[in-house]
Design a protein around this ligand. Structure first.
Ligand code: DMJ
Length: 630
């Protein structure tokens, strides 16, 4: 709440107030602030927590006793750390700025702040444009097809864009969008959960379950005691937050069959919603992608925390507990795992598709469990697995391109004994941000050093994070459109061909980065801007914002569809770029959210208090971990 009070959002809440009104508002805010201080623990980063005993209730009214972890009280009493909310009045189309209406406020701002506020408004306008297209042509479908003015259900028909976009709209303060999405979820989603057919466990968990849980938290659901006070100041539109939790629970009750029906700790990859049954994938001998089986624990764990039902977190954490005991090579693992045997399958090692978020969740589940704060030993194995894996990445997968020298992460398609491939998926770009997050535990680098939380390995990992962020940015600037292709190869020989595969002759790295014709597409993916956001927050270096702005402008120039929405591209190396008739849900859920946060105030959703799931849905860091298998 203090964050909301200090935010720019609050100023726009009452734009026409006079001085008296503003003083009055500050008095009310001051009183509420004192009340909050009285009831909540001190919210300092990496605080140590007392070992009190507690008996409390969760949202469903179930009883939770947790002797070791009294910090649940902190979660119950602390008001939601809602971000500053940008009011609708701030969105004035056609490049008019908010300055005219609020000159008295803006005078006090530096021109740098103003510049980034205006850029942030541009992102909000882009989000509105995307939502408008979706609402007009595809409301309730999974994805918008912006060129043919229709929709498709590529994710099983749960209205994935509605749920994926909702918390971005909450964060941006777009009340009308929150109301539209929230109402749809309240009225339509339950029937879909009960009647739809096959969905993928991982996609449904990260996008739908994660989106619902984040919306539940951000609209005040997990902070029952203070929600009334909060709503009095900043009423959240849409349904009661418990609606989001109810939908999340009923969806998870279907998804959990993937764990319970499997003979091992590794879940089946597909679930039939209407029957609540699960089965293995129809390909690869039924194997699950390693990333899919291991990217469920933030969502199921948070559901356990807010519902009080241990079964969700337990089922999901069994996967990581099990993988802890499997053989690995310097922390690196193959990209398939079998639910039939519980063993890894094949030898292919990479941090791109099918491998990526295994490494992401080792760190994030540890962070969200609060282990960086409360030193919870029960999940320290996750941080050890993460640290080992990052050492493995540095030893086996990181190389330098020629002639100009970009550090990149390649692949070992035939395992440790096979040849190195200088191929890097755009998906790998998540790693830059993840390394920075792991090194600083979500603090700024400066703060982490000051607090003694930054050792030599952190320094090395942070350097790699910065180098990879640069590489990922250059994957954009090497192309004619300024947008990255899905996959690049890095040049490693002394000799290099003269032909330019990216199409930007001005790029310093035009010979280092090779783009194959089959890899020239762009799906509006978020990984690079995600990393720029985390690197900006942790390093405070403004260059990351500038890079993000360049990328945003390229999205605007080449992917915007006039009638509404944004589209994927077939070929980023030629202008005009050939358009592809699809707007992926993660453009609203992740790409635009990360850009908005990158250009905004660092006090919004601070990284030492929130962990973003792999689909960019923020979940609050718990000060205790109910996740580990007892
Ligand atoms: C998203 O669904 C998630 O970020 C996932 O982890 C990887 N793929 C897409 C975005 O590219």
């Amino acid at each position: 709440m203090t964050q909301s009070m200090m935010s720019k959002g609050i100023r726009f809440y009452c734009p026409s107030c006079g001085v008296g009104g503003i003083l009055g508002l500050f008095m009310i805010i001051g009183l509420l602030y004192l009340a909050v201080l009285h009831t909540s623990d001190q919210a300092s980063p990496l605080r140590s927590l007392g070992n009190l005993h507690l008996h409390t209730s969760n949202a469903k009214g179930n009883s939770i006793t947790n002797e070791q972890h009294a910090s649940y009280r902190h979660l119950q009493r602390k008001p939601p750390r809602l971000p500053p909310r940008v009011r609708s009045s701030q969105y004035i189309p056609n490049n008019k700025t908010i300055a005219a209406d609020h000159a008295h406020v803006l005078k006090q701002k530096t021109s740098v702040n103003l510049l980034w506020e205006n850029r942030q408004v541009k992102v909000v306008e882009a989000f509105r444009h995307a939502w408008q297209g979706y609402k007009t042509y595809a409301m309730g479908r999974d994805e918008l097809k912006p060129i043919s003015h229709s929709g498709e259900d590529g994710l099983g028909g749960l209205g994935a864009t509605v749920v994926d976009a909702l918390d971005t709209a909450i964060i941006m303060g777009l009340d009308d969008v929150v109301r539209e999405a929230g109402t749809w979820i309240e009225k339509e989603l339950q029937t879909r959960i009960e009647t739809k057919g096959q969905v993928n466990l991982f996609e449904t968990t990260i996008r739908i379950l994660g989106g619902l849980l984040s919306a539940y938290h951000l609209s005040g659901g997990s902070n029952k005691t203070d929600v009334a006070a909060l709503n009095a100041i900043n009423k959240m539109p849409g349904p009661d937050p418990n609606v989001y939790l109810e939908r999340a629970t009923s969806l998870a009750d279907k998804l959990i069959s993937a764990f319970t029906m499997s003979p091992t700790a590794i879940p089946y990859s597909d679930v039939i919603l209407r029957s609540g049954t699960a089965h293995p994938a129809g390909t690869d001998g039924g194997a699950c992608s390693t990333s899919e089986a291991t990217t469920l624990q933030l969502e199921f764990g948070y559901l356990t925390e807010v519902s009080g039902d241990a079964k969700y977190g337990k089922a999901a954490m069994r996967v990581l507990e099990h993988i802890k005991g499997l053989p690995k090579t310097d922390g690196l693992v193959p990209i398939y795992i079998s639910p039939h045997t519980g063993q890894f399958q094949g030898v292919n090692i990479r941090l791109g598709s099918r491998g990526d978020s295994y490494y992401e969740y080792l760190l994030k589940v540890w962070l969200r469990g609060g282990a960086a704060i409360n030193n919870d030993k029960s999940i320290s194995y996750l941080k050890e697995m993460y640290d080992d894996a990052m050492e493995g990445v540095k030893h086996h997968l990181v190389r330098m391109s020629k002639p100009k020298g970009l550090r990149f992460v390649g692949e070992l398609p035939s395992g440790m004994m096979g040849a190195f491939s200088p191929k890097m998926d755009h998906l790998v770009c998540f790693l830059a941000g993840n390394l920075a997050l792991g090194a600083t535990k979500g603090l700024t680098k400066q703060e982490a050093i000051k607090r003694g939380h930054f050792n030599a390995q952190d320094e090395e990992n942070f350097q790699l994070a910065e180098d990879l962020a640069k590489t990922c940015y250059e994957m954009y600037s090497v192309t004619a459109t300024g947008l990255a292709p899905e996959i690049v190869y890095f040049h490693m020989d002394e000799e290099y061909p003269e032909n330019l595969s990216g199409g930007n002759a001005d790029s310093e790295f035009k010979h280092d980065i090779i783009i194959q014709p089959r890899d020239r597409h762009n799906l509006l993916r978020p990984e690079t801007v995600e990393s720029l956001f985390i690197l900006y927050r942790t390093s405070e270096d403004p260059k990351y914002r500038e890079w993000g702005w360049k990328i945003f402008q390229a999205f605007e120039s080449h992917t915007k569809v006039e009638s509404g929405g944004f589209c994927s591209l077939d070929d980023v190396t030629n202008i005009p770029a050939r358009k592809r008739d699809k707007m992926e849900t993660f453009f609203l859920g992740e790409t635009l959210k990360y850009l908005y946060l990158l250009f905004g105030d660092a006090s919004v959703l601070p990284l030492h208090e929130y962990v973003f799931n792999t689909e960019a849905h923020p979940l609050p860091i718990s000060s205790f971990s109910p996740l580990h298998v007892q």
